[in-house]
Write a protein that binds this ligand. Structure first.
Ligand SMILES: O=P(O)(O)OC[C@H]1O[C@H](OP(=O)(O)OP(=O)(O)O)[C@H](O)[C@@H]1O
Ligand SMILES: NC(=O)CC[C@H](N)C(=O)O
Length: 703
């Protein structure tokens, strides 16, 4: 493994980055300014974790346990850090430990263990890593321990970055809630990582997958009428406060299941959009509910407690889990996976499980039609999950079958022929294999995916996305040379992937390249929890199929029809009468989505907003990385992994050389100012960091 050559001569950018803390944001936000192709720096913009210093840093976690000294800028992915040699480390002054990944949804989970002597956090952590494909920007767990106290750990980053053994061991208690995030509202700020928390009434933590379409209206209500303080731009914080406000209205000292159902019933009348939620009330139990249209997925499962006949075992003796996808149920040894129904709420305590549908039936006045998002089956969900009675894997196989028919028709019409079918890994493989078998054409894995690159279709900037495709996929010339190839992808969104891989196929010697998509043309925004780009960025927006082919430089493009896509899923559960197909047909199942709302949403999601988020993201990560270093630097700090203030102090000590007694240097006024700015960016506002580690929650390991 090489980390170079990134010498002073080769890496101008590195040389210019000779100032503490200003380097990471500058490099990241302005990657286009890089003077020449430099592999380390071309990763810039996709990095999620950073640490910068021009002082020696104790790298206690390094197997090498040595200090970094200032000489050169270097950026490495986390997955290769263990390969750094002492020489690399001694001569680097910027180490950015990161993974090149992004994703597109959120995943939620909640766990209640029957035995109060068991700890929920390890399995919630496991559940989140199984849901990682749904959100790679932030992760969080809140558990509830004795005396009804909450213990929290959350931050931007992948699950493995946010939680380590120490953090998990400090999350006390036998029930908890977990979340992996990709933002669809608000920003990527640390303060918007979930679960969210409110102390009144009763102490509630809350995780949300989806997107509300009437956030502004609810925000006004919470401010003007309910007088509840919302401290971030996140729609999830709004949703939590609507729930909390509805519970508060009972005015009761102690609530029961009936009160919670009433609060959720009211919430379902007030909140519009797509939402599945997992919540926990201190000392009471866990709760889950799904929006009246059932747009986003959610299920529950159970198992007998492994602790038999314990004095700590109360009530039903069963462990219960809520999860976005059934894969978690299988992997954690749970059974009896059941989907939460649209408009249904489930409350689980150690003594009872209560389920209730809280909305009028579909077809009645005010009834909402069950409309799960069909894009879950096309792309988001893991193939080994079963959602609303449909195996995602089988539905993708069916997409391949249907697409084969369409390809056959198109080939007959045009007289074209194909020699080989090649998938775009990973998601499309299942369908592509099925398609090839149907057509009786060889299936070849012509593109090999770097397994350490995550899902990437949303990236902060088009040039970064483009470069990323090349990094993610490599074409094997042997499989393309002199052949007419049919490349199969699950979907074509911006066309970034297709355009790049078609060029790669041609470079590898393909004679003709035909592109087939398992999904129909995507021409509309998603408003229910998928951060689709604005319409103008969609390659099929205002383009005919022929124009799309011209744009991505394909000889021909073949799309699945919407009818066939729906049939591919519906055939496995005829009870699913309709789907949310809004990205294909522009029909929004909840109503209330007009041109003005779409324009507003697109403005929020514009490339500009993304760039700002990306710029704001690095300091956020730098902060969290500081904590890691701080905790390693001093035993005192290591006992306060959740305490930002102490982490900052400890980090300052590290930066000042106090921690290792090496050198003392006071931060300059400018550096202090920069640090303040970082904190404010991290919070996404100038106030206290609501939901952050040092507000409201009792952390057993604080001073
Ligand atoms: O048209 P585009 O904007 O390029 O987006 C579409 C591509 O993005 C996704 O890949 P991703 O890397 O996210 O996931 P995967 O490897 O799981 O298929 C998807 O599978 C398509 O290949
Ligand atoms: N993708 C999602 O489900 C996001 C949830 C929520 N809207 C957020 O932005 O955090």
């Amino acid at each position: 493994m090489r980390f170079g050559p990134f010498s002073r001569k080769r890496c101008d950018r590195g040389l210019s980055c000779n100032k503490t803390k200003t380097c990471a944001p500058a490099c990241t936000a302005e990657s286009t300014l890089l003077p020449a192709p430099c592999e380390a720096h071309s990763l810039v913009g996709q990095l999620v974790t950073g640490f910068v210093s021009d002082q020696p840093l104790p790298l206690a976690s390094s197997p090498l346990g040595i200090h970094l000294t200032v000489l050169e800028c270097r950026i490495v992915p986390r997955s290769t850090v263990h390969l750094l040699t002492p020489t690399h480390l001694r001569f680097c002054f910027v180490i950015v430990v990161a993974d090149v990944a992004s994703s597109t949804m959120c995943g939620i989970t909640a766990l209640l263990l029957a035995s109060t002597e068991q700890s929920a956090a390890p399995e919630i952590n496991e559940a989140l890593s199984l849901l990682q494909h749904r959100g790679q920007d932030a992760a969080g767990i809140v558990t509830c321990g004795s005396k009804g106290r909450f213990y929290q750990c959350k931050a931007n980053g992948m699950v493995r970055d946010v939680f380590d053994v120490n953090a998990i061991s400090r999350l006390q208690g036998s029930m908890g809630v977990g979340h992996v995030r990709y933002p669809t509202a608000g920003s990527s700020a640390h303060s918007e990582a979930q679960p969210f928390y409110v102390n009144a009434p009763y102490g509630i933590t809350f995780a949300h997958n989806g997107n509300l379409i009437n956030t502004d209206e609810l925000r006004r209500f919470l401010d003007a009428d309910a007088h509840r303080h919302i401290n971030t731009d996140s729609d999830s914080e709004v949703l939590l406060n609507v729930f909390a406000n509805n519970l508060q209205k009972t005015g009761k000292f102690r609530i029961n299941e009936e009160d919670i159902f009433t609060a959720i019933r009211d919430l379902m009348k007030q909140c519009k959009g797509g939402y599945t939620c997992a919540a926990m009330i201190a000392g009471f139990g866990i709760i889950a509910f799904r929006d009246p249209n059932g747009i986003r997925p959610l299920g529950m499962c159970s198992r007998p407690s492994s602790v038999a006949d314990s004095e700590y075992l109360e009530g039903h003796g069963m462990d219960y889990l809520f999860t976005s996808e059934s894969v978690v149920c299988d992997a954690l040894g749970f059974e009896d996976f059941q989907d939460i129904k649209p408009g249904e709420a489930v409350i689980i305590t150690r003594h009872a499980v209560s389920r209730r549908i809280l909305t009028p039936p579909a077809g009645s006045q005010d009834g909402a039609a069950f409309s799960p998002d069909i894009f879950e089956y096309v792309y988001f969900a893991r193939p080994d999950s079963v959602m609303d009675g449909v195996s995602v894997y089988r539905s993708r196989m069916a997409m391949g079958d249907k697409l084969a028919d369409e390809v056959r028709r198109q080939l007959q019409k045009t007289g074209e022929t194909i020699d080989v079918v090649i998938p775009v890994p990973d998601t499309s493989r299942v369908a592509a294999l099925q398609l090839a078998q149907n057509l009786g054409v060889p299936y070849r894995e012509g593109f090999i995916k770097n397994r350490y690159v995550g899902r990437t279709f949303i990236m902060p900037g088009q040039s970064v996305r483009r470069k990323n495709v090349r990094r993610k996929l490599n074409a094997m010339a042997l499989e393309f040379n002199g052949k007419n190839v049919l490349i199969v992808d699950d979907s074509i969104v911006r066309g970034t992937t297709s355009k790049e891989i078609i060029q790669m196929a041609r470079d590898a010697g393909a004679r003709k390249v035909i592109m087939a998509s398992c999904a129909p043309p995507i021409r509309y925004s998603n408003v229910y929890g998928i951060d689709m780009p604005s319409r103008k960025e969609l390659v099929a927006y205002e383009r005919s199929v022929e124009q799309v082919a011209e744009y991505i430089q394909a000889d021909m493009v073949i799309y699945q029809t919407l009818e066939d896509l729906i049939d591919s899923v519906q055939q496995f559960n005829p009870e699913l009468k309709q789907f949310d197909c809004s990205v294909f047909d522009g029909k929004y199942v909840t109503g209330g989505v007009d041109a003005a709302y779409i324009a507003h949403l697109e403005h929020l999601r514009s490339e500009n907003a993304k760039a700002k988020k990306a710029a704001g993201k690095i300091p956020v990560i730098a902060e969290s990385q500081k904590k890691i270093y701080a905790s390693r630097a001093s035993p005192a700090a290591s006992s306060v992994a959740g305490d930002e203030k102490m982490a900052n102090e400890a980090t300052a000590a590290v930066l000042n050389g106090n921690a290792n007694g090496n050198r003392k240097r006071r931060l300059t006024d400018e550096e202090i100012e920069e640090e303040e700015e970082e904190k404010q960016q991290a919070a996404g506002c100038s106030g206290p960091m609501n939901g952050a580690d040092d507000i409201g929650l009792f952390n057993g390991w604080t001073r």
